[in-house]
Ligand binder design. Structure first.
Ligand code: NI
Length: 170
């Protein structure tokens, strides 16, 4: 089922998510819905709090549309190693029609549980490394715009309020 994606400045997006203790049918259903919602958007990643579920679950798929599905399901993910720096443009399904460059690590090693409850380790670089860092931030109530400099962030807030007003008038 496609779920509604919460949009900035929804206060739910600022909350910290809790770890999954047992992988139940409800968690499996959550993951199915998250994947469906992400593909429909379309987006390359989605975290559970973006659909109002405060659990540490993310889905990521950075493969091109015509490729075989490269769906990654990460439960209770943790970054255990970082390397290098990157400064690439990011967007977010919860912050539509806005993009900005964000400072991230260029490579990360992420440890998480898959849907079978098995521990997996992923060595990620490029877009996948950015996606992991972006989605894991959501689990701690952090949006990519929170990484902007204070000045850029003020600019974003003003611009975004103006955009919201305009779409209400339309
Ligand atoms: Ni996002």
């Amino acid at each position: 089922m496609i779920r509604n994606i919460l949009k900035y400045p929804d206060p739910e997006l600022k909350k910290k998510s809790a770890p999954v203790t047992v992988i139940t049918d409800k968690v499996r259903e959550l993951v199915r819905d998250m994947a469906e919602t992400m593909y429909a958007a379309p987006g390359v990643g989605l975290a559970a709090p973006q659909i109002g579920v405060l659990q540490r679950v993310v889905v990521i798929d950075i493969s091109a549309k015509d490729e075989e599905s490269g769906l990654i399901v990460a439960i209770n993910p943790q970054i255990i190693h970082t390397e290098g720096e990157s400064y690439e443009e990011e967007g977010c399904l919860s912050v539509p029609r806005y993009a900005a460059n964000v400072r991230r690590h260029a490579r990360v090693v992420v440890k998480f549980l898959n849907l079978e409850g098995e521990e997996e380790t992923c060595n990620a670089d490029d877009l996948l490394a950015i996606a992991f860092q972006h989605e894991l931030d959501h689990l701690d109530g952090v949006l990519f715009v929170d990484h902007l400099s204070p000045l850029k962030r003020e600019f974003f807030k003003k611009k975004y309020r103006r955009m919201a007003d305009e779409s209400q008038e339309a």
